[in-house]
Design a protein around this ligand. Sequence first.
Ligand code: CTP
Ligand code: MG
Length: 336
Amino acid sequence: MRTLKRQTLCRIDIDRLNAPFLGIFESLIPTEEEKVKQKQLVTLLESIICKEWPEARLYIYGSCGNSFGVSKSDIDLCLAIGDADINKSEILLRLADLFQSDNLQNVQALTRARVPIVKLMDPVTGISCDICINNVLAVVNTKLLRDYANIDARLRQLAFIVKHWAKSRGVNETYHGTLSSYAYVLMCIHFLQQRRPAILPCLQGMRATYSVTVENIECAFFDQIDKLQDFGSHNKETIAELVWAFFNYWAYSHDYANTVISVRRGSTISKREKDWTRRIGNDRHLICIEDPFETSHDLGRVVDKRSIKVLREEFERAAEIMQYDANPCVKLFEPY
Ligand code: CTP
Ligand code: MG
C-alpha cells in the first residue's frame, strides 16, 4: 500500500532553486537563428508541395507551433488537402518522391503507422521533419496550447522543466507505455488551472471567440489572450514552488482510482461520469487525461499495469528529490 504523504514546503529553502530552474529553462529555449532555419525549411517544403497540389496548405503543429518546443526539436507538419476521400498512402508516397528529387535526406513514407507520415531531414541544417495528412485537430489543439502559454510565463517554464525531466528519466515514450509530451503539457495546464488563486483560466469554459468544426467536433474557446495578461497575477508562486507542487500532486495527491484531469472543464471529473471505470480493449484508464477536443480520447490509454508503476515511482522520486535533496536541479534530471 502506498502511504499518502502530506509534505509541506519551506519557502526560503525552495526559493533558492528559482535561479537554477530558470537557468535550465533558458538553456532549453531554441535560438532565434534556429527558428529562422525552421521557417526556411517549412517555406522550402511549401514551395515543393504547392507545385503538385496548389490548393493544399501546410500547417505547423506540435512543439514548434505550440511554443513548448525545446532546442533541436523535430518539426511536426500537417498537410491539409480538402478532399476527405483522398488516399493518404498515395499522397505520402508521392511526397516522398518529390522530397527525394529535391535532395532532402532520410526520406521515408511510413504509410502503416497509427498516424501515417513522411519523414525527412534537411541536409544543410540537420533539422528533421514529420508530415502527416489532414490531422486538423492537432493543428487546433496546438493553437489552444500556444494560447495558454501566452497567458502566464510560468506555464512555459514549468512545461519545459517537466518535459526535460520526462525525457531524462525515460518516461516520455508512448511506445513503452509512458506519456506523450502533449499529455505532460496538458497535465501542467490542468495543474495551473487548479492553483489557488488560479494561474490559468479555463479557455473552453469562457465565451468562445474562436470556433471551428473539425471531424464533427466543435472546437470553441476564448482566444483573446491579450485580455488575460493579468489573470495569474494574484498568485505569486515561483517556478521552484510550482515544480515542487507539481510533483507532489502527481506523487501523493492525485486520485488515480476515481478521477480524470480535464483542461476542457478546468477541473478534475469523475471516471464514472466518463464511463472510464474499467478496461475496454486496450484502454485501461490507469491515469486519465482527457483530450480537450476529442473528449472520448484518454491520453493515458497507452499506460499499462507495468508502466503506471514506473510513472508513479518517478513522480515519487521527483517529489522526494524536491523535498530533501541538496542539489535537486541536478538529481532530478539524472539519466535513468
Ligand atoms: N497530438 C495529439 N494527440 C496525441 C498526441 C499528440 O493531437 N495523442 C498532437 C498534438 O497537437 C501535439 C502534437 O501531436 O502537439 C505532437 O505531439 P508530441 O510529439 O507528443 O508533442 P510535441 O509537443 O511535439 O513534443 P516534443 O517536443 O517531444 O516533440
Ligand atoms: Mg514533436
